[in-house]
Design a protein around this ligand. Structure first.
Ligand code: ATP
Ligand code: MG
Length: 423
């Protein structure tokens, strides 16, 4: 794809110093555009990153037997009244609620537990119909009081929410624990090291939940973890500040050996073992093998693909721009032609023919500007074709400083090999 006809180009404007790194780079490089506080357009580059993130999530969830569907975002009040959440003061803080011109009340989706339970009520009769595991990717609306930190906290954002329904607590926890492990795999494939952290269930449940946190100084969460870095106890103790009863320097309550330390982090996922609260209040029962009516055991599991895009930029950047992990980069290659457009065009189509995604900078501007743009946009590989490179191609990784001269075949195998390793 040619950059000369690509929409949009990166922007020249400078930003206020206090703007977060993710907003600065994503806006400047043309990945997102801000409509208003907490509301962003995913431009073609940002859309590609988020689609790559979604596809990794989709692949891993499908392997657990989960099925994808798509639910409405405009919800009638009566279903939300069944659990009492419509009138819960904490929910009213974040849920957009309004009346239409006939006075009928609606809410915009900030989550989907009630809607899924309503669906199950129509579809589930007996234990033979369970378990059910369904998920969708859709926009969530939340009237966030602090819509800052760029795309990390939107008033409208992309969420993957998965819901599972089971005959028993045991069956629910079996799947819950599987998803907990699968989440780690998903984040690893995306390029993020996450910590699994115990947290409160918020407006979802009285039970504890598990959050998936990425260490970062710009994170809004504080977590307390067992600092066993120089020991071999391998203790996994980690709790959100909201529920941790202690302070830095305390002895770890789990291994009773190491010291607790706190850190700032970004929550990228959260899973909730909800139990039977929703099925009981929404009166959704199944018939067991002895003919008894039993409430459905329920759990929900969220991941925020747009927040992940922001978190990746916060974690992977330098003073020149973004450094995307190979698994989610919008293109693998940024191809630069220095007055050798005929040859570059051929190389571009050969690379594309080999299944490699290329953004080809064919503009009539200086080499320096093209290199700066390559660094800002942050694709894994920069290729340069010039008089100097002869019949070879200059090959440089965004994350490295070595420039190698490689044949086209070698370039194709290097980029191809790396990409294969990620699946
Ligand atoms: P936070 O504590 O950061 O407000 P939350 O605990 O309310 O988040 P959940 O309801 O658990 O969020 O949502 C599941 C996932 O959706 C989160 O882990 C996060 O990745 C994403 N997410 C939540 N709120 C936002 C938001 N305002 N903007 C972007 N992504 C979000
Ligand atoms: Mg959460």
């Amino acid at each position: 794809m040619k950059y000369s006809t690509f929409f949009p180009k990166s922007r020249k404007q400078e930003f206020k110093d206090d703007l977060s790194i993710n907003a600065k780079y994503l806006i400047k490089a043309g990945y997102i555009d801000q409509l208003m506080a907490g509301s962003y357009t995913l431009l073609p580059l940002g859309f590609r990153v988020v689609e790559n993130i979604k596809n990794i999530i989709r692949e891993e969830l499908n392997k657990t037997g989960a099925q994808e569907l798509l639910m409405p975002l405009l919800h009638p009040r009566d279903i939300w009244d069944q659990t009492g959440r419509w009138s819960d003061p904490d929910v009213k803080q974040i849920m957009y609620q309004f009346k239409d011109i006939h006075g009928k009340e609606f809410g915009l989706s900030f989550t989907h537990e009630e809607i899924v339970m309503n669906l199950l009520g129509k579809m589930i009769q007996s234990y033979k119909d369970l378990p059910v595991k369904v998920y969708h990717f859709s926009t969530k609306f939340r009237n966030e009081p602090r819509a800052k930190s760029g795309i990390l906290r939107g008033r409208e954002f992309m969420m993957k929410d998965l819901y599972s329904a089971h005959v028993s607590e045991e069956d629910m926890y079996k799947y819950y624990n599987l998803v907990k492990d699968v989440y780690i795999k998903i984040f690893k494939r995306i390029g993020l090291d996450v910590l699994t952290v115990e947290a409160s269930g918020g407006v979802f449940t009285d039970k504890n939940s598990h959050e998936f946190q990425v260490l970062s100084d710009v994170g809004e969460d504080t977590i307390y973890t067992c600092d066993c870095s120089d020991k071999s106890c391998d203790c996994k103790f980690s709790q959100n500040k909201e529920i941790f009863k202690g302070q830095d320097g305390d002895k770890c309550p789990e291994c009773d050996d190491c010291i607790i330390k706190s850190a700032k982090s970004i929550e990228v996922g959260n899973i909730f073992p909800l139990g039977t609260k929703y099925s009981e209040s929404q009166k959704v029962f199944y018939t067991d093998s002895e003919g008894n009516q039993k409430p459905i055991w329920f759990a929900s599991y969220g991941i925020g693909p747009t927040r992940i895009m922001g978190a990746l930029v916060e974690v992977f950047h330098d003073d020149k721009g973004i450094i995307w992990p190979k698994s989610v980069a919008p293109f693998q290659v940024y191809l630069v032609s220095l007055n050798k457009n005929d040859e570059a065009e051929k190389v571009c189509s050969e690379l594309e023919g080999a299944g490699i995604e290329v953004l080809y900078d064919d503009r009539d501007i200086s080499a320096g500007e093209k290199f700066a743009n390559a660094d800002l946009l942050g694709f894994p590989y920069r290729l340069v074709i010039s008089e100097k490179s002869g019949d070879k191609i200059e090959f440089k990784e965004r994350n490295g400083s070595d420039v190698e001269l490689l044949s086209l075949d070698k370039v194709i195998s290097r980029v191809g090999e790396e990409t294969e390793r990620l699946t």
